[in-house]
Design a protein around this ligand. Structure first.
Ligand SMILES: Nc1nc2c(ncn2[C@@H]2O[C@H](COP(=O)(O)OP(=O)(O)OP(=O)(O)O)[C@@H](O)[C@H]2O)c(=O)[nH]1
Length: 338
């Protein structure tokens, strides 16, 4: 009989830490002798997260649209092909930071008609500091989208705990419990969670023990390996889509290297309307190329050695930012870099 493939959905707002979590999950699965495959979706038309994951793991990419809308019909197809081509034990689906998980859950359930798979869980990564700011504002489409991603989750990774105080973290855990009383809540830094909740309960372990085992701090109430309740798949697409179409992406290719100090300053001064930026850059002052990440006012750089041809590129994602303004700043940056 065909072996069953366990499918997990990773969701969470832009830059919350999904790829960071994905790397840990793949490593954990590898440690258990399980083969992973990844279905990756990005709103932009370049897959930069692929670099962060590494090139050993089979990966299918859905680019240029949000997984839950424009490319939704491809999700099932890609998933099926990925499974048939690589026979993995687990497939991790990383959705864009603006996806409504219900659509993807729908597509995955549909695929289970064609191959033996089970949607084992929906993991939502929450950026603690970002959510706190949204709670303080108390309204808005991004806040609503974040709450929707939290509500369908079976495991909530309350990430970037290093960027808020202990009392704030406690407050956030309270909000998460209120919006989703049945999910486990795992506060983390760099998604460093105890992943034992992914293991099926062994013969010596009863189900209730396994449910609580992923927590580590006592604030969650388990359920990480449970299937997503079926009623989650009932919804109207038109209604769902409106929630994230306010998010825009701008992809800009670079033809020459930049000055690293000035580029870092450029990132620091990005307008509030840019929630997320990432890309590949070459600098005038060092021979390496870098994958950079910018999420909610913080940036970091990772040295990369691409095995295939990749272009220097910048991707900006946000709400109502001016491309012209960014272009102007980049041109000034180029002039001083040249
Ligand atoms: N300070 C801090 N930064 C973190 C933490 N976790 C992740 N980051 C950083 O946040 C940035 C975004 O992380 P990713 O894992 O790429 O986020 P993502 O959700 O995959 O992003 P998108 O796919 O663009 O939505 C990176 O620069 C990470 O290094 C954390 O716990 N604390």
């Amino acid at each position: 009989m065909e072996k069953q493939v366990d499918v997990y959905l990773l969701t969470g707002f832009l830059g919350s830490g999904k790829t960071t979590l994905l790397r840990k999950l793949i490593e954990d699965a590898e440690g258990r002798g399980l083969k992973s495959a990844v279905l990756m979706n990005e709103v932009g038309d370049v897959n930069l997260d692929g670099f962060a994951v590494g090139e050993k793991v089979p990966m299918a990419e859905l680019l240029g649209g949000c997984i839950c809308c424009s490319v939704k019909s491809d999700v099932g197809l890609e998933l099926l092909e990925l499974i048939r081509a690589h026979r993995p034990d687990a497939v991790w689906i990383e959705s864009t930071g603006v996806a409504q998980p219900l659509e993807i859950i729908d597509a995955v359930s549909e695929t289970s008609l064609y191959t033996r798979l089970e949607l084992k869980g929906v993991m939502t990564v929450v950026d603690a500091r970002h959510l706190l700011d949204r709670v303080r504002i108390g309204s808005g489409r991004t806040f609503k989208l974040m709450k929707d991603q939290i509500r369908v989750s079976s495991v909530l990774i309350l990430n970037k705990a290093d960027l808020v105080g202990a009392a704030e973290l406690e407050e956030l855990a309270g909000w998460l419990r209120e919006w989703n009383p049945s999910a486990a809540i795992l506060p983390t830094v760099r998604c460093d969670a105890d992943l034992t909740f992914l293991r099926e309960p062994g013969p010596e372990q009863n189900r209730s023990e396994a449910r609580g085992s992923g927590n580590g701090n006592g604030s969650g109430n388990g359920g990480g390996h449970e299937s997503v309740p079926h009623e989650h798949t009932q919804h109207e697409h038109g209604h769902v889509h409106r929630d994230h179409e306010h998010i825009h992406v701008w992809t800009h290719y670079l033809n020459e290297p930049l000055d690293s100090i000035r580029f870092e300053r450029f990132l620091k001064e990005l307008p509030d309307e840019v929630y997320r930026a990432k890309g590949i850059v070459t600098f005038t002052d060092t021979p390496s190329r870098f994958l950079f990440q910018y999420a909610y006012k913080e940036s970091d750089f990772m040295r990369i050695t691409p095995q295939r041809t990749v272009h220097d590129v910048l991707v900006f994602i946000g709400e109502g930012f001016s491309k012209e303004e960014l272009l102007l700043k980049l041109e000034r940056l180029r002039e001083v870099s040249a």
